[in-house]
Ligand binder design. Sequence first.
Ligand code: ATP
Ligand code: MG
Length: 449
Amino acid sequence: MRTANDAKLALRIIPREQHTISRKNISKAALRVLYRLNEAGYNAYLVGGAVRDLLLGGHPKDFDVATNATPDEVKKLFRNCRLIGRRFRLAHVVYGAEIIEVATFRGTSDEESEGDRHIVDGRIVRDNVWGTVEEDAMRRDFRVNAMYYDISDFSVRDYVGGMQDLQDRVLHLIGDPGTRYREDPVRMLRAARLAAKLDFRIDASASAPFAELGPLLSGVAPARLFDESLKMFLAGHGRKSFRMLEESGLLKYMFPATARALKRGDKALRSLIERGLENTDARVIEGKSVTPAFLFAVLLWGEVRDLAHTWATHGKDANEAWARAATHVVAEQCQRVAIPRRFTITMEEIWSLQPRFEQIQRKKVFRLLTHPRFRAAFDFLLLREAESPAIGELGQWWAHAQQLPHETLAAALPLHQASTPGEVEPVRASAPRKRKRRRKPAAGKSGAA
Ligand code: ATP
Ligand code: MG
């Protein structure tokens, strides 16, 4: 187990010519901040994920700076600076759309340092203890996240063996894993997320406490877990993050309903989630927009569908059963992960439109086609293919229906409700599909967007 003293002993300075970080790959705004601090006589380092990602050859999405200047001193140096944060006071230096976060070195001991730190039940609730760069390294989570790029000589300072871990593609916590997870249980999720993002393994010492300490995640603010879940699932590595969460046994603390449904062996749900996450990853990588609503609709679908079916077979009106099931599942989920209202509204729409795809009747079909959430709901329907052959056919039917001229579609549709899914079949067979194929052989490309 490493202690602060071990870390000091382990300091390794890697000179410019022995590492791959080039200023070309650091944002102009970050460089300006670093140089300005340095010229004013302060220490200024690029830190954390940016250094890690640059060393791995990646392109960091944000650049964080650490310094021995206090937030007030930073504010004096930059006009475009605001101080934020209650638990940690930080400076944000703003250049257009880019924000450089400047943090004063944080200490680990409350005796010798300035500032104040409050610990309640082993958890840090306020933490403004200024410290040295060594201490700042020690309070970071993983060794690979505790390297410092020094603007004064372009060297990398590695206090805890982060370079070695980058080479070995492994995540080690700094310090005693149990203590570090108790201080901040989100570090468990960060382990799973970073392992997925970087394609690293989590060292056994860092994953061993998950089983015992996972339940501490229920004490984390739901708003923070929402942010964390977006970083997991909407950053291009959602499929892998999900696998890591499931394998590490942490899924049930974030998405209890999802974990329950998967535990029941729901293969169709697993397929829906995997394909939903793969599609989302592909969209992120192509730079297309993604919405948290679709993601959460995918993750929670199994429980909503099963509850709605149960309630409908117990004599509730079908629409009411769907609405109640959605409200119930969302309410439970929001106790863990605070999904903002604007997204839960869309989720509920995506779900409640699903049974309407089975209603093949002229007016209803057109009403659904023009619904503002049609596209999302249709993409969702396609993901449900594995539920039953009938759902698969329904997906194809709607894929064709969308591409038909209004009149052709109208002529092919019955005026009255095909009330059971079985009746959809003859409609589909006599419907536009064949004619359509002959006229437009290239059709049928549409898929989940
Ligand atoms: P990403 O690539 O997703 O941004 P990151 O490692 O940069 O990953 P951030 O949340 O941006 O993650 O955090 C920046 C740095 O702050 C981390 O690299 C780490 O050094 C430190 N850090 C972040 N969260 C914690 C935490 N919960 N406990 C300790 N250190 C943390
Ligand atoms: Mg970061």
